[in-house]
Every structure is written in structure tokens, then in C-alpha cells.
Design a protein around this ligand. Structure first.
Ligand SMILES: Cc1cc2nc3c(=O)[nH]c(=O)nc-3n(C[C@H](O)[C@H](O)[C@H](O)COP(=O)(O)OP(=O)(O)OC[C@H]3O[C@@H](n4cnc5c(N)ncnc54)[C@H](O)[C@@H]3O)c2cc1C
Length: 460
């Protein structure tokens, strides 16, 4: 008798859930994970997802939900060639915009950029800000509780959701597509699935929150020399600009150097070179003069230089530079599998101390490290990236990773700020998370996925 995977393949072939052009040999966008899947399916409706899940549950086939596959932790990649990868790409309808209620109903497979532009077409804003908006899908954003550049003002992905539809491991459909802003009628079940990285259910639809579109905007780039200035700058900008402060991105000059080397069309962001930069964006839903506001407070800000602009080309160059850092580091440090990345969070006032202590601890033990840090400073999220010009052994890499994460955790921070756990950080979960928290997570997993078929080898 044919095995369950073969039966499912025939079923899928007849029903049109396969894409003849797609190969089951998969690779994530960073080139860090390669794996063959047993089957790659493209359902086009919640009912089809439900049918597939019910079949897989009955026949004990593992299922890996996949959206844009842009995640950094290998969460959307299968871990064996017996697993079924369920791509949400064909479930891509923007179903309804309710502008008066500031909500939008979408299929999980809509691209983030599509959601953003549909909101703009209705004079609204969907504020999730990721440089990969053209490639990632909203279901993947919600399942990984993505962060990005606007968290300071609008929160993480989980803060932008009112309702969800989820297909459970056994194929049953949990439909909770509320559009109301108040609902205390029992446990808030959607929160279980937001940030669960496909291990508790498949998100098939969502009701998203929309916001008024900004009417005024200004961008500034600040150059400064001393790490301690980070704290003053963040405090002063928050105090003086209040709600208008939307983005506050930190970069080191080393990142700029790497980006300019990678893309010769980019320009040095300021006339002079500074060791540290802050890219600041203010906006307001009122028609007001934010440029004057920044100009007024500029002399009191503790930085050596501030360039304030409303010119689209300058703003584009600054943001493009920022978006180039990951690609430039990947190219420079390919021999390390794109470098040792640490997506960490600390409270902002601890960041200078962390950066100084960490660098000296690392260089004490490993002389030739290339450290290039950028991050969403506004919310205390740093991408602490380390490369070398020569290879490192597996134990050296682990030693470096533990040095960084031990330091972060000793300061009360997080070892995964916005990228999640996936397959990359599983061992860190048991190393750093409280045993009670891990036990509760296992209980929830057991309850929602008793046969352990949803995205096995991820998170837990
Ligand atoms: C250049 C670059 C910049 C980035 N910048 C940021 C950033 O600023 N902030 C940030 O947070 N991330 C960032 N990322 C990481 C990544 O883009 C985000 O995590 C994004 O939200 C992932 O979306 P995706 O559609 O690619 O999901 P995938 O990578 O396909 O999936 C992510 C996880 O969710 C699960 N999943 C996917 N779809 C579903 C579904 N419908 N139901 C249930 N589970 C599902 C997968 O199994 C996987 O575990 C960046 C990535 C790149 C390449």
C-alpha cells in the first residue's frame, strides 16, 4: 500500500494544490538552511488548509507552514525530507478594508507591501515597517511577531491585530475574526498563535488595525562620538518630540563602511565621518512643521552633527544604506554563514555599558573579531553582528555566542528580540528561559498539537 505522503501527493495533484514549477529542494533567503521537503503544497483557501491538516493529522505527517521564508532562524524550513511544507503564498486576497473602523481583513498570504499599499489607497497606514516588505507575507509577520522600525510608536506585529482565523493541527478551524477593539469575553486566544512560529496552528486570515496616515514627516541623521550620548539622545528626542518620534535607528560607522563597499551607488551619509549615527524619523497625523520642531531642539541635543531633511533622495539614501547592512555583512562574512548574528534587547540606558563591556570581553578572548552593530535603538533592540576574516570552529562560535547572550541575560535583556527561536535558538531557550516557562510552553504545545506534527524541531 502507498505511504501517506504518496497518497497526499496524488490527492494534491488532482486537486491542484501543487505548483509544477516549484522544487521541493528548499533554501531560506539567507542561504543558511537547505533541505528537501517531502511535499510542497500551495492551498488557496482556508478549507483546503483544513483538509490538508486533517489528512496529515490522521496519517501523522509533519507540517511546516511557510510564508516568505525570510526569517533569520530557519523557522519556515523543513528539518527532514518527510515533512510537508504548506506555503501560504496563494492565499493572497485583501478581503475587506473598513476605513471608518480602521480595520482590514486579509488572507495570510498577502505580501506586507501589498497590505501597506492597500491601506494607503484608503488614506490609512499599516505601520509594520520591514525592509523585506516585498518578500515577506503577513501570516509570517504575525506568526513571528515581527518588529521592525516603527515598534517605538506602533508596537510589534501582535499589537496590530484584532482578530485571527487559525487552522488547528487536527484541521479544525478556529474563526475569531473580530473587528472590535474591546473583547474580554474569555481568554484572548489569538495571542497564543501570534509569535508561535507555526508550532501551534496555521494562521489563514487576520483582521489588522489601521491608523490615520501621517500628514507631516521629517527625517534626520545624527552623528556622534561617544556611546553614552545614545541615552541622552533617546531621552531628549522622546521628551521633546513625544508621539511624533516613530523611528530611532542606531548604526556604527563600521556598518556604513561595509554597505558602501557592497554598493558603490550609496553615499557616505554625512559630510564628516562619525563612529555612531542615529537615523530619526518624526511624523504626525496633523499638518504641522516638524522640521522647525527638530531645528528648534537641535542645539540642545547631545550630538556633534544633525542633518535634517525632507528631501526624498536624501531620505532614500539613508534608509537604503540601513537596508544594505544585512546584505553587506552576509557577503563579507559568507565563510561564517553570514556572520554571527545576535538579535538582542536591553533597556536603552544599559546599551552603552553593554557595548563597551561586550567588546572588551570578546576581544580579550578572540583578537580578530570584526564587530558591526546596528539596531532599532528606540525600543532597545540591537543586531550585534560579529564576523572574522578567517573561519571559526563550531566550539569557538558557540563560545562567542554564549559570551554575548550570557552578558545580555545578566543585564536582564532578551536573547531573541524580534527574530524568534526557530531551529537556530532552541538550545538557548532551555539555557536562559525559566524552567517553569518552558514547561508551560510544552503543556500548551501538547494541548494544541498532541501528535507534535506542527513545525517539529522549532522553538521547543
Ligand atoms: C533583510 C531582512 C531584514 C529583516 N528585518 C527584520 C526586522 O526589522 N524586524 C523583524 O522582526 N524581522 C526582520 N527580518 C526577518 C523576517 O523578515 C521577519 O521575521 C518576517 O516577519 C518573516 O516573514 P515571512 O513571511 O518571511 O515568514 P517565514 O520566514 O516564512 O516564517 C516565519 C515563521 O512563521 C511560521 N509561519 C509562516 N507563515 C505562517 C502562518 N501563516 N501560520 C503559522 N505559522 C506561519 C514559519 O513556520 C516560521 O516559523 C528581516 C529579514 C531580512 C531578510
Amino acid at each position: 500500500m502507498a505511504d501517506a505522503l504518496t497518497v497526499l501527493r496524488h490527492k494534491a495533484d488532482n486537486a491542484g494544490w501543487l505548483d509544477s514549477a516549484a522544487s521541493c529542494q528548499l533554501q531560506d533567503v539567507h542561504g543558511l538552511y537547505q533541505q528537501r521537503a517531502g511535499l510542497l503544497l500551495y492551498p488557496d483557501s482556508t478549507e483546503v488548509v483544513s483538509e490538508i491538516m486533517a489528512f496529515c493529522y490522521q496519517h501523522e505527517l509533519a507540517v511546516v507552514p511557510q510564508s516568505g521564508n525570510t526569517g533569520y532562524v530557519g523557522g519556515a524550513m523543513p528539518t527532514s525530507d518527510k515533512q510537508v511544507v504548506l506555503s501560504l503564498q496563494k492565499m493572497n486576497k485583501l478581503l475587506d478594508v473598513h476605513a471608518a473602523n480602521n480595520t482590514m481583513l486579509v488572507d495570510a498570504g498577502c505580501r506586507l507591501a501589498q497590505v501597506q499599499s492597500q491601506a494607503a489607497a484608503h488614506n490609512r497606514l499599516f505601520p509594520l515597517g520591514l525592509s523585506v516588505a516585498d518578500s515577506c507575507l503577513i501570516g509570517g509577520n504575525l506568526a513571528s511577531n515581527a518588529g521592525g522600525t516603527s515598534v517605538l510608536r506602533y508596537g510589534n506585529a501582535r499589537d496590530l491585530v484584532l482578530g485571527l482565523e487559525v487552522v488547528l493541527a487536527n484541521g479544525r478551524i478556529l474563526e475569531q475574526l473580530q473587528t472590535v477593539r474591546k473583547d474580554n469575553s474569555g481568554y484572548d486566544l489569538k495571542q497564543l498563535f501570534l509569535g508561535s512560529e507555526g508550532t501551534l496552528g496555521i494562521i489563514t486570515k487576520a483582521v489588522l488595525k489601521l491608523f490615520p496616515r501621517p500628514q507631516s514627516q521629517v527625517t534626520a541623521l545624527l552623528g556622534f562620538t561617544q556611546l553614552q550620548q545614545i541615552v541622552d539622545l533617546r531621552d531628549d528626542l522622546s521628551e521633546q518630540c513625544g508621539e511624533s518620534l516613530v523611528a530611532c535607528e542606531y548604526w556604527q560607522q563600521r556598518c556604513v563602511q561595509q554597505a558602501l563597499r557592497y554598493n558603490a551607488n550609496l553615499q557616505q551619509p554625512l559630510v564628516d565621518i562619525y563612529p555612531h549615527y542615529l537615523l530619526v524619523e518624526l511624523n504626525s497625523t496633523l499638518k504641522c512643521d516638524l522640521t522647525s520642531l527638530l531645528q528648534q531642539i537641535a542645539p540642545q541635543l547631545n550630538c556633534e552633527h544633525i542633518a535634517i531633511t525632507e528631501h526624498v533622495s536624501t531620505i532614500k539614501n539613508w534608509w537604503q544604506l540601513r537596508a544594505t547592512f544585512p546584505k553587506a555583512q552576509r557577503q563579507l562574512w559568507t565563510h561564517l554563514g553570514s556572520g554571527l548574528k545576535h538579535d538582542i534587547a536591553l533597556s536603552v540606558e544599559q546599551i552603552p555599558e553593554f557595548l563597551v563591556t561586550m567588546k572588551s570581553r570578546l576581544l580579550e578572548q578572540f583578537e580578530h573579531l570584526d564587530i558591526a552593530v546596528f539596531g532599532h535603538l528606540g525600543d532597545g533592540n540591537l543586531h550585534y553582528n560579529i564576523g572574522t576574516m578567517q573561519s571559526l570552529s563550531a566550539s569557538e562560535k558557540q563560545q562567542i555566542n554564549h559570551l554575548v547572550y550570557d552578558q545580555v541575560m545578566s543585564m536582564g535583556g532578551s536573547f531573541s528580540a524580534e527574530h524568534g527561536i526557530g531551529q537556530a535558538k532552541r538550545s538557548l531557550l532551555t539555557r536562559y528561559k525559566s524552567p517553569i516557562a518552558v514547561a508551560l510552553m510544552r503543556t500548551l504545545k501538547q494541548c494544541l498539537d498532541p501528535k507534535q506534527l506542527l513545525n517539529p524541531g522549532k522553538v521547543l
